[in-house]
Design a protein around this ligand. Structure first.
Ligand code: SF4
Ligand code: MG
Length: 317
């Protein structure tokens, strides 16, 4: 909780001042075992950075990351190894995350070899079973990544991610590089694997209809902070933060009850530069409800009485 990540930005010229930008700023988030937590927000809002902080692929400058009761915030690479087995990441671009010179067999076996979880003579069998699980043919084991379609390559990435039988998978835009027709199949695969393997997911995405379909809870990010979190259904049908309202109202959602459809809100202005974020509520320059207090005072994430948290002085309830 309370994770912050600062990056140095600007030219790394000696003597030049390096300004700090809060890519992720004081985020508190918990993921419940067995659930799928969605993280949504416009690009550049810090979703991916937050995912990487959770995985400790980035160092965390403030706050803490606790995994299954174990504080891993400042663990060294070596001390992280036993934890790393239990948390895996699936990336947006499977082509970039798979070594093109490796055969599928070795790509999927690599994590098992690194962590020495499976004796070498059993690896072939394990790989075959993993291919079954992700819906690829065993006969494809000796092929190279370029011989597969984008969707198949993502299946290989998923097979790698589940090879060590992890508890948690952080998936960063795992279907957004795929054709729309293939996206649904890969989303179904995620759901199927969750059921079979008891996985917990953090699902980072900007596609709200997929997030609505696959997640139990959702966290909405704006400029590095979480502005609203709650049960997905509730957040989508009656968002309480003006930014969430705007995000959701911008996409057509199949909702049989027109009374429950959020009013359409058009966001004006650009996403502010995170190097010099606005005073007070960071959303105030674009918020249709902004008042004097919003410019002066930054709203904290507070619990509403319906099971969600919202960072707004004037939430819709
Ligand atoms: Fe809008 Fe004010 Fe709420 Fe910020 S605190 S979202 S500016 S109403
Ligand atoms: Mg991203």
């Amino acid at each position: 909780s309370g994770v912050s990540k600062r990056f140095a930005v600007g030219r790394r010229v000696i003597g030049a001042a390096r300004r700090m930008v809060h890519a992720v700023d004081g985020v508190s988030l918990c993921v419940v075992r067995g659930e799928t937590l969605g993280i949504v927000g416009e690009s550049g809002c810090g979703k991916s950075t937050l995912g990487r902080c959770l995985m400790r692929l980035h160092d965390v400058s403030e706050g803490s990351v606790v995994f299954d009761g174990i504080n891993i915030t400042h663990r060294s690479r070596n001390a992280l190894r036993p934890i790393r087995r239990r948390m895996q990441m699936v990336f947006q671009d499977p082509a970039a995350s798979l070594n093109p010179r490796y055969r599928v067999r070795d790509l999927i076996a690599e994590p098992m070899r690194i962590h020495a979880t499976v004796p070498e003579r059993e690896i072939g069998d394990r790989v075959a079973r993993l291919l079954d699980l992700v819906g690829l043919r065993r006969g494809h084991m000796d092929r190279f990544p370029h011989e597969f379609s984008g969707g198949q390559r993502q299946r290989i990435g998923i097979a790698r991610a589940i090879a060590l039988e992890p508890d948690l998978i952080v998936a960063d835009e795992p279907v957004s590089a795929l054709d729309v027709s293939v996206q649904a199949q890969v989303v179904n695969l995620f759901q199927d694997l969750q059921e079979r393997l008891g996985l917990t997911y953090v699902f980072i995405a900007h596609d709200l209809s997929i997030v609505r379909q696959i997640t139990d809870r959702v966290a909405v990010m704006y400029l590095g902070s979480i502005v609203e979190t709650g049960p997905t259904d509730l957040v989508f049908t009656s968002p309480s933060h003006p930014y969430t309202m705007a995000l959701i109202s911008a996409v057509p959602m199949p909702d049989p009850d027109p009374a429950r459809r959020p009013r359409r809100i058009i966001l004006t202005g650009d996403v502010p530069n995170p190097i010099s974020p606005p005073s007070g509520c960071r959303f105030h320059p674009r918020c249709p409800r902004a008042q004097e207090r919003c410019r002066a005072e930054r709203p904290a994430l507070r619990a509403l009485d319906d099971g969600r948290d919202c960072a707004c002085h004037f939430p819709e309830t």
